[in-house]
Design a protein around this ligand. Structure first.
Ligand SMILES: [Zn+2]
Length: 282
């Protein structure tokens, strides 16, 4: 029987794009008020080397600012056989922007011109997506979104009931499947049944690689794809900002790279990009 899919996804952004703390204040205090650019390049190199070692292809959702500043890094990701998608034109809540469609179409054009082919996937910054955005994404030319954590609701964070496998999202509510269009939602990994969130680097670092591995094993046993996501800054050393809450950079660096190594080598799955998985998903 065909193996189920493990899709590693990477949100290509800098450490100060996370909304866990006031990045502006940290940048003022520690970086002389100037946002340092390119800190993601070192950890990206490590992630690419790790994927190469495991012959695993992954999907990279690229923030527009990264694509503008570092097109050659995005091209390298693509040239190594990975999929390039969009992580939006700005790292904030895009769900209330009346110009979302226009601005995101521009992001897709930029990414397509860098990789020289169509770009299919989108992941909303901070996983904040709504029905209007889904509608726009389809019109812009994307064919899937991967911004839903179908977990129990975690106030102020994310969650809420949604299918735990790829589905066609409703235009009114992306958490509901109505099969109305060809557009697909690819939800992130949660524990089947319990619906505890699991598919993010934060869980790897704060609850341990074995927590994420257990969720992935259960999901794969059900013959459903397991979708994980990490950020390059999670594979870098702790920048050591004393005012940032401990959980934000907890066990970043070696621990995360080691955990990915374990997940890639021990999970019995086909390591594929989201688009490759969708081609075989039924
Ligand atoms: Zn992000």
């Amino acid at each position: 029987m065909e193996l189920p899919h493990l899709c590693v996804t990477v949100d290509l952004e800098e450490w100060y794009h996370t909304l866990w703390f006031d990045a502006g204040e940290v940048v003022n205090r520690h970086c002389g008020g100037k946002y340092p650019k390119g800190g993601f390049l070192g950890p990206l190199k490590e992630i690419l080397a790790l994927l190469r070692r495991h012959r695993a292809r992954a999907t990279f959702f690229v923030l527009k600012e990264i694509a503008e500043g570092f097109p050659e890094a995005v091209r390298q990701v693509h040239d190594e056989g990975h999929e390039v998608g969009s992580h939006g034109y700005r790292h904030g809540d895009l769900s209330a922007d009346p110009k979302f469609e226009e601005k995101e179409a521009e992001t897709r054009r930029l990414l397509c011109s860098i990789v020289g082919e169509g770009v299919r996937g989108f992941r909303a910054p901070n996983l904040k997506v709504n029905g209007d955005m889904i509608d726009s994404l389809g019109r812009i030319g994307y064919s899937f979104d991967s911004s839903i954590m179908p977990s129990v609701r975690i106030p102020g964070w994310y969650g809420g009931f949604a299918p735990q496998h790829p589905y066609k999202p409703s235009r009114l509510d992306p958490r509901r499947a109505d099969g109305g269009s060809g557009f697909v939602e690819v939800p992130l990994l949660v524990f089947p049944g319990l619906r505890l969130p699991a598919g993010a680097g934060w869980f790897v670092r704060n609850l341990g690689a074995s927590y994420v591995r257990a969720a992935a094993e259960m999901q794969l046993k059900l013959k459903r794809p397991a979708i994980l996501y990490v950020h390059p800054w999670e594979a870098a050393e702790d920048p050591g900002f004393p005012e940032v809450p401990g959980h934000v950079f907890r066990r970043v660096g070696r621990y995360v790279l080691g955990a990915l190594e374990v997940l890639l080598s021990e999970l019995d799955a086909k390591k594929a990009t989201v688009s490759e998985m969708l081609q075989e998903w039924s």
